[in-house]
Design a protein around this ligand. Structure first.
Ligand code: SF4
Length: 292
């Protein structure tokens, strides 16, 4: 049986073994300064008629799959009706999977009513991946995220209220030297307000080069050294007031793999960062992987 995705295709590290259904193509926003993941694609929601035979094929190819991930960029932008129709078909074809997940922007959550979110949850979508990036309003503007700290908190809490868990991402080094401290402090504040189930940090990557990023970034970007990236992360983790969040820093972009439960493992993580700071040459700069 032959199956072909519309490339490029991205999924979170935790969805490596999931069946992936491309419910949408590209990202409906596609404007964040640091992101070129979908710059080659024009956003499009795929019709149910287009997806139905694919779901059938994938259910055969991924027999026994426990998890399904809805791609691309922010598949949660789909209306509640469309999502429920899709989830019903997934449940029919796959049998009840443990969980369905998708990337979402806070506004994709806020555009749905509480009852709609509960209905989506009842049909199996239990986790949303949200690229929060930063909790700093100035930096959110400079990167062109189209969200504020408050809209992000509101969206995440609305999902939690409907029983949908979240996995949120913060980008280490996002604002460079000038915005580093406010980025760390305000990101810790935001994360502490929402207490997600999963938290991860990625390191700012520029697969298209620094000049390309600077062109899209509306502020004064001065890159951080690897030590400064660790220090920013140390400030962020040190200020978090959360309970029971599973923290991972295992993305290909990261200089150091970290994992633990916060805030329980905070001291252990800070000690790992201190060791990394002590053993890294001061003038060393982060090099971006060629692919995100
Ligand atoms: S970071 Fe997310 S919302 Fe922003 S352009 Fe990339 S995929 Fe779209």
């Amino acid at each position: 049986m032959y199956f072909r995705y519309d490339e490029p295709l991205f999924r979170p590290p935790a969805e490596a073994n999931s069946a992936i259904i491309q419910a949408t193509l590209g990202c409906s926003w596609n404007r964040c300064a640091f992101c070129d993941m979908y710059s080659s694609k024009k956003f499009r929601a795929r019709s149910f008629d287009e997806l139905k035979p694919e779901i059938e094929t994938l259910a055969t190819l991924y027999q026994g799959a426990k998890k399904v991930f809805l791609a691309d960029g922010n598949a949660f932008v789909l209306s509640a009706n469309r999502l429920v129709q899709l989830l019903e078909e997934i449940n029919r074809q796959f049998g009840r999977v443990q969980r369905v997940s998708a990337y979402a922007l806070p506004r994709d959550i806020l555009s749905k009513t509480d009852d709609e979110l509960k209905s989506i949850r009842a049909n199996g979508l239990k986790l949303l991946y949200i690229g929060v990036e930063t909790g700093d309003d100035e930096l959110l503007k400079l990167i062109g995220k189209g969200e504020t700290a408050d809209s992000t908190v509101e969206g995440i809490l609305k999902a939690h209220n409907a029983g949908i868990e979240t996995s949120v991402m913060i980008i280490n080094g996002l604002g460079g030297k000038k915005y580093s401290l406010q980025h760390a402090v305000n990101s810790a504040k935001l994360i502490s307000r929402v207490n997600p189930k999963f938290l991860s940090t990625l390191t700012l990557s520029m697969p298209m080069g620094e000049a390309h990023f600077k062109n899209k970034f509306k502020g004064d970007y001065i890159p951080l050294t690897v030590v400064e990236l660790f220090e920013e992360l140390r400030t962020f983790i040190g200020l978090l007031e959360i309970d029971g969040a599973i923290y991972r820093s295992n993305h290909v972009s990261n200089n150091l793999n970290l994992s633990g439960t916060l805030s329980k493992d905070r001291e252990m993580l800070l000690a790992q960062l201190d060791r990394a700071i002590a053993s890294t040459p001061g003038g060393l700069y982060h090099s971006s992987p060629s692919m995100l």
